[in-house]
Design a protein around this ligand. Sequence first.
Ligand code: GAR
Length: 371
Amino acid sequence: MPADYTPATIASVRSLRDTLEQQGKKLVFTNGCFDLLHAGHVRYLEQARALGDAMVVALNSDHSVRQLKGPERPLNPEHDRAEVMAALRAVDAVVVFDDERATTLIEAIRPHVYAKGGDYTVESLNREERSALEAAGTQICILPLVPGRSTTRTINKMHGGASAAAPVADGTLRLAVLGSGSGSNLRAIIAAIADKKLKAEIAITLTDQAESSFRETARAAGVPALYVDGGENPRRLSDAAQKEIFEHLERARVDVVVLAGFMRILKEPVISAYVGRIVNVHPSLLPKFKGANAPQLAIDEGELETGCTVHLVTAEIDGGRILAQAKVPVNIGDTAETLHARIKVEEHKLLPQVLNEWRERGLPVRGAGAP
Ligand code: GAR
């Protein structure tokens, strides 16, 4: 490969596609970050290439990789990644794209076949990408993951394998904080860390709301503020989003996952992989008023007191082990907003306090069998 390698342009790939079509042949398209190539990638790309007569790889730019995977990635700059990728037997052309999704490229190139690796299903593909593929009449092929090969696994090994998985010597708890709303609990955690009331660091924050005070709060504190498209249902997470969140957590090597106003239901694979290490704050005295609108429900039921609960997260919604609760009186004339505001004052003390006591309470951290 010449040192002055330059990636292909969209126009040249589109022209390759048109030429192939005239010859009754097919262009395969796949996309990804391909940051640290391993045999899993090579085998996947060989299989993808076999679905047609030429293959273009759309490679996420450095900016795009940072948006998707956090500030520590990519390990290799886009030009190097493109050059290495283009040298592979299975790859005929590489284009670099700057968005988080390959939608615009799919629309411009209109490939005959789209290959995606991993445990996706057609239903769990990103919505925008899937509509662009359907509009272009592209055949979608999901190829199985090569077991035991992954960039995250390699990176974690390089961080020291088992020893990196062990609790940090000084007891600092490594957190991922997930939220969807105004981010006041996130601010409380950040403040408690700054005031040395909580011995923790926030490795990442994750939100399903691209424009939210939660995300702004994280950005203002200089903490990685990642966005995951949760899918159409505002209470559920698509399979693709569940998987994406799991991958973010794995990369960040966190001890505890904190749900601080995260309004979608977290399921597999995170629930099983992080058993006993996911904590939620909820604005009621559980088991009363599970689910959404808890302050309003307390008023509607004529409760004289309600409060907040910090509890472990299991597959049962708001049903995991209760770690701590604080009571708040319901005042005459309270609206859901006034009551919720007073509940939050208690949440802001209780959540950092429970996190600070995490090890004393014998709760699990990363390591010793945990991922
Ligand atoms: C908090 O009151 C939290 O208890 C609630 O969302 C609010 C988020 O506020 N969570 C739930 O209702 C979960 N079922 P914040 O964004 O200001 O931290």
